[in-house]
Design a protein around this ligand. Structure first.
Ligand code: CMC
Length: 446
C-alpha cells in the first residue's frame, strides 16, 4: 500500500512534471550525490540511509532532539499555523467552535472527523452520559491517598486503574471495543477528577447526575453540598465548556506524542492515556497553568512586575504561561480565554491577580527579550485566573486541562493505530559512550 506521503508525491509530480519535487544531497566525504523525494516540504528520514561511506556503513540518520523539526506522523485531526496563530480542529477554526459548538460535539468531531447530525449527537451524548459512573472499588483506592495528594497523581493512577476493570480494552483492533473504551474514558474523566478533588477536601463523593450537561454534571460532582438537586450557574457552565473546547486537542504536543508512543506498543487505551496524563502534568506542558498562577501570586503586586521580568531576562526563572514551541504569534486560545475571563469576573468579581497578569503581558510584549524570542501568552496564562475565580484550587488546574484533552488523546491514539505506516515507536540514538572494555572486579576499582 502506498503511504500518504508517497501517494501525494505522485500526484504532485503528475500535476507539475516540469518541477522536480526532489532534494539533491552531495556527500562531500565521498563526492557522491543522492536525490530524495520531497513531499509536503518533507523528506523521509529513512531516505537518508542510502547515504553511506561504504557498504559496511549503517547509513545517514537525522539528529533531532525533542523532535523540533521532525514530523512523526501524518494527521488529519488538528491544524496549527504557529506563525499566523491559527488553530483548527478537522478544518473548523477554533474561534467558531468556541462560539457555536459544545465540548461534547467538538469531541465527536475530533474523533469522527465530521460534526455529528442531530441524531448522532443525541446518541453520543447518551453514551457518554451513561458511562460516567465508576466502579465502587475505585473509591476504595482513592481513599488510600493522603488528604494532600495532588489530584493529578490521583487522576493518573485511577485512569491506569480502569485498565484492570475493563480487560476487554485490550481488543484494540476491534472497532466496537474502541468505541466502548472511548465512551468510558470521556465519560469517566470528570467523575475521577471530581472524586479526587472531594478526597482532598475529605468530603463525600457526589455521584453523576445524568440530567445535567457534561460540564454541568462535573460542577455538580465537585461543588454539591446539601442541596437535593445541584443547578450549575449557566455562565460558569458555558465558560467551562468553552475552556474544554479550547483544550480538546493540540496536534503533536508532548502528551499526544506520549499516547501515540505508548499506544504503539499496543498497550490498552487506559494505560496509554494514563501515560499521556502523566506527560501533561509537567510544568512545561499542562502543569503550566498552576505554575502561572503561583508565579502571579509570588509577584504579589503590579509594582513588582518589572523586577520579576528582570529576573526572567537574566535566566533565573521563566514567565510561566508565555512561549510555545509552535506558536510564534499570539496563541489563538489565549485570545478567546481573555474574553471568557472578563465574563467570569463580571459574575464572580475580578481576580486581584488580573492586574499583575496584564502588567506582565504589557511589559513582555514591549520588551526586546520577548519580542526577539517571539514569546506571547499561551493558553495557560489566563486560565488559572478564571479557574481560581470559579472556586478551583490551584492543584486542580492541570486536571481541568486533562479532562477535555482526553478526546484529543483518543483521536490521536486511534489515528496512530489505524495508520498502516505506524509501528512501535523506537527512535535511534547517537552512541557516544565507552567502547567495549573489560569488567573490573570491585577490589580493583579506584
Ligand atoms: N520565559 C522566559 N524565557 C522563555 C520562555 C518563558 N516562558 N519560554 C522560552 N523562553 C526563552 C528560552 O529561555 C530560550 O531563550 P534563549 O534562546 O536565550 O536560550 C528561548 O526563549 C527559546 O526557548 P525554548 O525553551 O528553546 O523553547 P521551546 O520551544 O523548547 O519551549 C515552552 C516551549 C512552552 C516549553 C517554553 O516556552 C516554556 O517553558 N514556557 C513556559 C511554560 C509554559 O507556559 N508552558 C505551556 C505551554 S502551552 C500549553 C501546552 O500545550 O502545554
Amino acid at each position: 500500500m502506498d503511504s500518504a506521503l508517497s501517494s501525494t508525491q505522485t500526484s504532485a509530480a503528475e500535476a507539475n512534471s516540469a518541477k522536480r519535487e526532489t532534494l539533491t544531497i552531495t556527500d562531500n566525504r565521498t563526492g557522491q550525490s543522492y536525490e530524495v523525494p520531497i513531499t509536503h516540504d518533507t523528506i523521509r528520514a529513512s531516505d537518508l540511509r542510502k547515504i553511506k561511506i561504504d557498504d559496511a556503513d549503517f547509513g545517514m540518520m537525522s539528529y533531532d532532539p525533542a523532535f523540533s523539526n521532525t514530523a512523526s506522523c501524518i494527521s488529519r485531526i488538528t491544524y496549527i499555523d504557529g506563525d499566523k496563530g491559527i488553530l483548527r480542529y478537522r478544518g473548523y477554526p477554533i474561534e467558531e467552535l468556541a462560539e457555536k459548538s459544545t465540548y461534547l460535539e467538538t469531541a465527536y468531531l475530533l474523533l469522527n472527523g465530521e460534526l455529528p447530525t442531530a441524531a448522532q449527537l443525541k446518541d453520543w451524548q447518551y453514551h457518554i452520559t451513561h458511562h460516567t459512573y465508576i466502579h465502587e472499588s475505585i473509591k476504595k483506592f482513592l481513599d488510600g491517598f493522603h488528604y494532600d495528594a495532588h489530584p493529578m497523581g490521583m487522576l493518573i493512577s485511577t485512569i491506569a486503574g480502569l485498565s484492570t476493570f475493563y480487560p476487554d480494552a485490550k481488543h484494540i483492533f476491534d472497532p466496537e471495543s474502541r468505541k466502548k473504551q472511548t465512551y468510558r474514558l470521556i465519560g469517566k474523566m470528570p467523575t475521577l477528577a471530581a472524586f479526587a478533588y472531594r478526597h482532598t477536601l475529605g468530603m463525600p463523593y457526589v455521584y453523576p447526575d445524568n440530567d445535567l450537561s457534561y460540564t454541568g454534571n462535573f460542577l455538580n460532582m465537585l461543588f454539591r453540598t446539601s442541596e437535593t438537586r445541584y443547578r450549575p450557574n449557566p455562565t460558569l457552565e458555558r465558560a467551562l465548556d468553552v475552556l474544554f473546547i479550547l483544550h480538546a486537542d493540540h496536534e503533536q504536543n508532548c502528551s499526544a506524542n506520549t499516547i501515540r508512543s505508548v499506544g504503539s506498543s499496543h498497550a490498552d487505551p487506559f494505560c496509554a492515556s494514563a501515560a499521556a496524563t502523566a506527560a501533561l502534568y509537567g510544568p512545561l506542558h499542562g502543569g503550566a497553568n498552576e505554575e502561572a498562577l503561583r508565579m502571579l501570586a509570588e509577584i504579589s503586586s503590579v509594582d513588582k512586575v518589572p523586577e520579576f521580568i528582570k529576573r526572567v531576562k537574566a535566566g533565573e526563572t521563566r514567565l510561566m504561561g508565555f512561549g510555545h514551541r509552535i506558536y510564534k504569534n499570539y496563541d489563538p486560545r489565549a485570545r478567546i480565554i481573555k474574553k471568557i475571563a472578563y465574563e467570569v469576573f463580571d459574575l464572580m468579581g475580578k481576580n486581584p491577580l488580573l492586574e499583575i497578569a496584564l502588567e506582565c503581558e504589557r511589559i513582555a510584549l514591549e520588551d526586546e527579550y520577548f519580542i526577539k524570542r517571539k514569546l506571547y501568552p499561551n493558553v495557560d496564562f489566563y486560565t488559572g485566573l478564571i479557574y481560581q475565580s470559579m472556586g478551583f484550587p490551584m492543584t486542580m488546574f492541570p486536571v481541568l486541562f486533562a479532562i477535555p484533552r482526553m478526546s484529543g488523546w483518543v483521536a490521536q491514539w486511534e489515528e496512530m493505530l489505524l495508520d498502516p505506516e505506524q509501528k512501535i515507536a523506537r527512535p535511534r540514538q547517537i552512541y557516544l559512550g565507552h567502547d567495549t572494555r573489560p569488567y573490573v572486579s570491585v577490589d580493583q576499582r579506584v
